[in-house]
Design a protein around this ligand. Sequence first.
Ligand SMILES: Cc1ncc(COP(=O)(O)O)c(C=O)c1O
Length: 432
Amino acid sequence: MFVSENLGTNELGHLTIGGVDTIALAQEFRTPLYVMDEEQIRKHCRSFKSSMEQFYGGNGLVCYASKAFSCKEMYRIIASEGLGVDVVSGGELYTAMAAGTDARKICFHGNNKTLDELKMALSYGVGRIVVDNIYELNTLEALCRETGKKADILFRIKPGVDAHTHDFIRTGQIDSKFGFALETGEAFEAVRLALECKNLNFAGLHCHIGSQILDTQGFEAAAEVMMTFIKKIWDELGAEVRDLNLGGGFGIQYTQKDDPLPYEAFMEAVSVVIHRFCKENNMPLPFILIEPGRSIAAPAGITLYTVGGKKVIPNIRTYVSVDGGMCDNPRYILYQSEYDALIANKADQPKDTVVTIAGKCCESGDLIGENMPLQECEPGDILAVCATGAYNYSMSSNYNRLQKPAVVFVKDGKARVAVRRESLEDLIRNDM
Ligand SMILES: Cc1ncc(COP(=O)(O)O)c(C=O)c1O
């Protein structure tokens, strides 16, 4: 009935998350409110970690892609599960370190890391810097020379496999702002140059083929392409590639239409490809990294809103407005993403109406979704939007000077604030 397994209903007919009554949460912490279920996050971490153990002998590291949802409490949970993290900015890196993350387990990504960000990464001793382009390679080499540090680097590669939809497609994919192209020889040349850099340790390769991917074929194809490149480096440059980072992108259920795989299926599939390739070519197995973001955070979270006015436009549609919108969930306006939503105080009642849920921002496109099945509702009801744990809070903004909602974590029937609701004072804090 629900898209996420941690949701249910209680004897009052209210929606529960991790066993906690969402109406009680809305009353205590007000709305809009992000709610994250800690046990569910931990469960997802364990699925990926155990798949690495089971199918790859534990010879790898699962790094949580923290762009999906980032705050100190999340990094603490991730660290306590033994995962590493992927960061893409000085801000994510700073937050991860402030939460006590082991710098050696951090992968630092980004297509345009600033000088300050690179300096920060070196001073923290970040375990892997994923170099995106030759300018960055040269900058990092010079910085390491100046500071007397040696950095372990991976190169971001465009593997020519694009899996942005249900079916993966092989493309030249040269036209991407991320990484080095294989087919032009650019990636090979970068590796050759890196091997000459005295202050950098060329440790491996990285690729990321897309997001919300619901099958394993794209990952298998990418693993084959990357292993073939690793063999070329071995054959022609005599260098062993220690790490192979296959990125993230593992799909989840947003609506009943999505049919995701169990998380274990991805490592199982790529492991078969890598084992076979290494056996056939008499090569050592690389250390594997994967970077799940959405799959760890999204199904663990929901967003609660209070329903405001309803606007019935005869023969066209009915708008139901809520007290949030594109500021706390920009995924509809960005990608027309679909969600499952319900009236949390009528969770046991049938969805016998269809409405368009509108946010409160001054943009006509500010919607949570169009033509969504929903229970009959009235002002004051609580709307729950499901599977919003990823790319909602982390992409939120203060457009229209709306305050960002609080983030509450639930565990063992109790709730605690992980990020305070922004105050009006917070909004003018940096104004002169
Ligand atoms: C390099 C890299 N790794 C991991 C991820 C996480 O992807 P997802 O949240 O879909 O698992 C992304 C997402 O953009 C990415 O760019």
